[in-house]
Design a binder for this molecule. Structure first.
Ligand SMILES: Nc1nc2c(c(=O)[nH]1)N[C@H]1C(S)=C(S)[C@@H](COP(=O)(O)O)O[C@H]1N2
Ligand SMILES: [Mo]
Length: 325
């Protein structure tokens, strides 16, 4: 019997730091990099003279299969009157617990992760069960770019141009039966390639999430394969991840390997890990505080500014009707 009380992972999700500390850490990290000299900074962040024009070259691992696919044209309906977050900032401030809980180290620890070959099994209550090769999807689905707000439950946010296709386009291919009420999605389980899955054994790996059918077919819901006009780099969830912009970021499951249509409400990773802190629906709501912090405002990681949080992250016109009554 052990007399030492170790803190369980789920007692400190998603992270024990406050948003202010998170931001300060990041600034210090950037300073540290700068301290290595301009050459190292440019190498690590892929930028030349002007950091505001950062074009990542080292943070992105180029994927030959994706050449010629990106960029694709932006859907004019989904643009925002907000500055897009700097690419190198978005790419070095990630949540991807399979690798680490240190947001500014995910990109490094995920760099060697293998995203080819990659298949997505679509199964459960559908007429046409299918396993898709990732490149088959990328080459056949209707890709478009959309600029969305991205709001983490930890009260930070960014504005990101995603490339992907509506989840509904995939659902139409497999034809769910009338018994299908929920969609369950699962991330890879590869402890040999993902150090966080080896060392943080208190989490219910593999990461899993779920949506109702109505949420899955909503116009906003996307399966995403690209960001900033190129293929998704590993730290953002390569080769394919979910985006539901009206929900907290943890619903947007990365690196999906399985999609299953089911009758009963499935368990979800964060709700299982800490049910009192993370519900299953997880819609962005400034009026409902997290048990340990307010959700009334958020910190824009691009500018450091604190801005008001919007109901449904600003997407109420598309989704509020789903939650009436
Ligand atoms: N498989 C998996 N998906 C995940 C996570 C994770 O740890 N593992 N973190 C989530 C959280 S908390 C957020 S905020 C977003 C972050 O996405 P980004 O790093 O691309 O900004 O991914 C979500 N998807
Ligand atoms: Mo998050």
């Amino acid at each position: 019997m052990t007399l030492i009380k170790t803190r369980k992972g789920w007692e400190i999700p998603e992270s024990r730091v406050t948003p202010e500390e998170v931001y300060t850490d990041r600034r210090q990290f950037m300073k540290k990099l700068t301290g290595l000299g301009v050459g190292a900074y440019a190498l690590l962040n892929g930028c030349s003279e002007n950091p505001s024009q950062a074009q990542d070259q080292s943070v992105w691992r180029s994927i030959p299969e994706a050449e010629g696919v990106y960029p694709v044209s932006r859907n004019a309906k989904f643009t925002l009157d907000l500055a897009i977050t700097r690419e190198d900032i978005a790419a070095s401030y990630n949540n991807f617990y399979e690798f680490t809980t240190d947001k500014d180290r995910v990109w490094q620890l995920a760099e060697q992760f293998e995203t080819r070959p990659w298949q997505i099994e679509v199964t459960g209550l559908v007429h046409k069960k299918q396993t898709f090769d990732i490149d088959e999807l990328i080459n056949t689905m209707p890709l478009e770019e959309r600029v969305y707000r991205h709001r983490c439950v930890e009260a930070w946010s960014m504005v990101v141009p995603w490339t992907g296709f509506p989840f509904k386009a995939l659902i139409d291919k497999v034809e769910p039966t009338s018994d299908a009420k929920f969609v369950r999605m699962v991330t890879f389980l590869r402890p040999e390639q993902a150090v966080g899955q080896r060392t943080q054994n208190w989490y219910p790996w593999p990461y899993h999430e779920a949506l109702t059918m109505a949420e899955a077919v909503n116009e906003l819901t996307m399966l995403v394969t690209g960001i900033f006009g190129h293929a998704l780099p590993n730290q953002h969830g390569a080769p394919i991840r979910l985006i539901t912009p009206w929900k907290y970021g943890y619903k947007s499951i990365k690196s999906i390997v399985q999609i299953e249509f089911v009758r009963e409400q499935p368990a979800t990773f964060w709700n299982t890990a800490a049910p009192s802190e993370y519900d299953i629906v997880s819609n962005v709501n400034p009026k409902v505080p997290h048990p340990r912090w307010s959700q009334a405002t958020e910190q824009d990681i691009n500018t450091g500014e604190r801005i008001p949080t919007l109901p449904f992250n600003g997407y109420g016109e598309y989704v509020a009707h789903l939650y009436q009554g």
